[in-house]
Structures are given as C-alpha cells and as structure tokens.
Ligand binder design. Structure first.
Ligand code: FNR
Length: 373
C-alpha cells in the first residue's frame, strides 16, 4: 500500500528526493550562486504576520479570484517548471510529467502556466486540461518566426494567455548543475515543442527523429535571446490578442513601461532564486502592485504553504504561483502527488483565512499584515 503523502513542504521535498537521482534533485532544489537568494525568498514570508480578527463571520470562505475576465476557483496556480516532463519517475507513465501537470489542473481547477520546455508537445498537454484554463509560457527564441509559431500553436491549442519569461535569456550561475554538468543535458530531454514545430524543423538538415543530437544543438543555438529589449515589446504585444504577461518584472519603472506597451499583466518573480542572484521578490511586490495600478499582478518565489499564499495575496498579488512545491508533488507521486500538494496549500490557505477572520480574498489587504522584525 502507498504510504500517505506528507503534509508539509519539507516532507514533499524529502519524498521527492527519494524518487529522483541527484542530478534531477539538485536541478530542482538548487538555485543561483550560494543559494542565499532562494533562502531569502522563504525568509521574506517569515517577516510578515497576519493580524487575527474575531467574530467576523468567516465561517465560510471564498478563495476565488478574477483574472482576465475569468473567475478562477483557486488563487494558487502552478508556475512554469520546465523539465517537469521528466521529473515524474514515480508515476505510472514516467516521462510524461507535463501531461500529469495538465491532469492535476483538470482535477483540481488550479490553473497551470506551462513551460516552453515540455517533454510532450503543447497540443497533447492542452488536451488533458479539461475545463481549467492554462497559460503558455514563452521562452523567446532568437528567431522571431519560431516565437510566432509557438504563439500561433498556443492560441490554436486553446491556451488562455501568453506568459513571456524575461529573466532567463541565459541560464543563471547554478553551482550544483555546473558540478553535475547537468545543463543543458536536462533541458535537451524536454524539447518536444521545438522538435514538433514546423518552423524549427524547416531549419534542420535532418529531422529530430533522424538526428536528435543535431536538433538539440540547433535548439541550444536558438533558445536564448540576450538582445531582447524594450524595443521588442511592440512586436511581442502584436503577436497575439490573448492576454500577454511579462514574467520576471520586479521594478516599478519596468511595470510602467510594460503597461505603456500594452501588456495585460505583470508576473513578479525572481525565478525561485535560480536566475538573478540576490534579487528579492516578495519585498518588491508591494511597489510592483502600486505601479501596476489595477493591472493584474501574478507572484511567485518562496511560497511554501497556504499561509504564504494568504500573505502574498494580502501584499497585492492577484494570484500566487508555486514552482518547487508541486514539482516535488509530481516527483513523489505523479498527478496524485501534485494534487495532494495543491489541496494542502488550498486547504491551509482557506483555514488560515477563516481562523484569522477573513472571508474573501478582497478582505486580504495590506493592513491585514504586520511586520515582524
Ligand atoms: C522553474 N522556473 C521556470 N520558469 C519559467 O518561466 N520557465 C521555466 O521553464 C521554468 N523552469 C523551472 C524549473 C524548475 C525545476 C524550477 C524549480 C523553476 C521558475 C518557476 O516558474 C517559478 O518562478 C519558481 O519556481 C518559483 O519559486 P518556487 O515556488 O520554486 O520557490
């Protein structure tokens, strides 16, 4: 019989670790530099308390949030985790972790942002989503035609929006992965969106099926776009009529530029401390929200519990993302494991709101929180 899944973050990580080899475990667990940045993400939540209110009639709670005209039952969403496609060692069909994520979204109603780096093509992933909306995360390649092709496919597959990740035009300094020489070997297992793309395929001498090595090299040459700048925002905006979000924006001036350029949402994140070393995330959220001036702000980085979800909402996030927590869930038990993690986060957020006396997300305002020195 399957032992019950653990009930908190440290347990999920430990259960996942037991299923993963060191290279994969370190890829997920690790981050930039001395990993101070990702530890600081977690500590940032510990410096806020929630002021409890009594007799406020919070016996029933409404955790739903409004985003781009949809009502989302869950304020929590799954952040894009590339390579989750090959993290599902414990599932019944290993090697299809992206499908497991989509099934998790379908089963829980928790929206997912799906990475460009999938092990199954986005069309197959979209087919597993049921009624739950999902977003496509675009790593902008240095080939505009390929970027356009990805966006057209995401539209055709029914994704509800495009999230452009800006903080990963090249990979961060990650000592654990460098030690294992893990990159880009791990990513190279998750190139289904590239290998299935007509624009990408047209640039190869031999098909990816005939010569996967050459195709992976072509991917490595195409993946990053160090030259991307604000001058390209008009082009990005023009790519789609779907809601367009920029991920990795943490400065108010950048928020205003994005807003002036016509984006629909900001996604404040430091990539879980994996990219720009020493970049805060939660501490920058309030100013991002102020600058966004009513535009939706998604947030992730360091959320480990339902309590953290409540705090990020109170600091102004419209919806709150988790990366590693559900990634560990996929590793410890495929879709069942990820569902368990999300249900724990949602149940704890719900109970935290109730016991502290807040009945809806709208009641979670900044003055609910108290700074703990
Ligand atoms: C990520 N993240 C990420 N972001 C993105 O835009 N595209 C991607 O492909 C990936 N891939 C990825 C892989 C792994 C293993 C991790 C842990 C993270 C970043 C992710 O979307 C999110 O910003 C962070 O995971 C949030 O921090 P926490 O929740 O992990 O602390």
């Amino acid at each position: 019989t399957m032992p019950a899944f653990p009930m908190e973050y440290a347990g999920w990580e430990a259960a996942a670790r037991a299923q993963l080899d060191d290279v994969m475990y370190d890829y997920v667990a690790g981050g930039a530099g001395d990993e101070f940045t990702q530890d600081a993400n977690v500590r940032a939540f510990q410096r806020w308390g929630i002021t409890p209110r009594m007799l406020s009639g919070a016996a029933e709670r409404d955790l739903s949030v409004e985003l781009f005209g949809h009502r989302f039952a869950s304020p929590v969403f799954m952040a894009p985790v590339g390579v989750v496609g090959v993290m599902d060692a414990a599932s019944e069909t290993p090697g299809h972790g992206d499908l497991e994520v989509a099934r998790t979204a379908a089963a829980t109603g928790v929206p997912a942002v799906m990475s460009t780096l999938m092990q199954d093509p986005m069309e197959a992933v979209a087919a597993e989503l049921g009624d739950t909306p999902a977003f496509f995360q675009l790593y902008t390649p240095n080939d505009r035609e390929l970027a356009e092709s990805f966006v057209r496919r995401a539209e055709a597959a029914g994704f509800a929006g495009i999230v452009v990740t800006l903080d990963t035009w090249t990979l961060g300094w990650r000592p654990r992965d460098l030690q294992h020489a893990a990159m880009p070997q791990l990513q190279a297992k998750c190139l289904a969106n590239y290998f299935s793309d007509p624009v990408f395929r047209a640039k190869l001498d031999k098909t990816p099926e005939e010569d996967p090595g050459a195709a992976a090299i072509q991917w490595a040459l195409t993946f990053g776009n160090p030259g991307l700048s604000w001058d390209d925002l008009a082009w990005l905006r023009g790519l789609t009529d779907l809601p367009l979000l920029l991920k990795g924006i943490c400065h108010p001036d950048d928020v205003r530029r994005a807003k002036d350029g016509g984006v629909d949402g900001i996604y404040c994140s430091n990539h879980g401390g994996r990219q720009a070393a020493s970049a805060p995330a939660l501490d920058l959220l309030p100013d991002v929200v102020t600058a966004a001036d009513g535009m939706p702000v998604l947030f992730d980085s360091g959320v480990r519990s339902g309590v953290d979800v409540v705090k990020a909402l109170a600091l102004g996030a419209t919806a709150v993302g988790v990366g590693r927590p559900y990634g560990w869930g996929i590793a410890m038990g495929g879709a069942a494991g990820a569902q368990h993690v999300l249900q724990c986060l949602l149940a704890e957020a719900d109970l935290t709101m109730g016991l502290n006396g807040y009945a809806s997300v709208a009641e979670l305002t900044r003055d609910v929180l108290v700074r703990i020195p």
